[in-house]
Design a protein. Structure first.
Length: 84
């Protein structure tokens, strides 16, 4: 396995932003509460996985100067939705 490139890291961080958006979106009229809670939970889990990404050495984070403020808030807020 090779180290992730700068572009790959940027794409992963962008995907994290997409999950933040999903978590911060209210339930739509065409989804059940269970469906909404499951969607939020999947995205919270996605963010937690992304935050833990490491370099090939298995120890060093791939993250450098990225701000996780919005991601951390989305994780906390999302867990409140489904009781996580």
């Amino acid at each position: 396995m090779e180290e992730r490139t700068t572009d790959e890291v940027a794409a992963i961080f962008a995907a994290a932003g997409d999950s933040v958006t999903v978590i911060n979106t209210t339930k739509t009229s065409d989804e059940t509460t269970d469906e909404y809670n499951d969607k939020v939970k999947r995205n919270v889990e996605h963010l937690e996985i992304i935050k833990g990404y490491k370099k090939v050495d298995g120890t060093t984070s791939i993250w450098t100067s990225e701000s996780f403020t919005a991601i951390d808030k989305a994780i906390v807020d999302g867990k409140k939705v489904y009781g996580g």
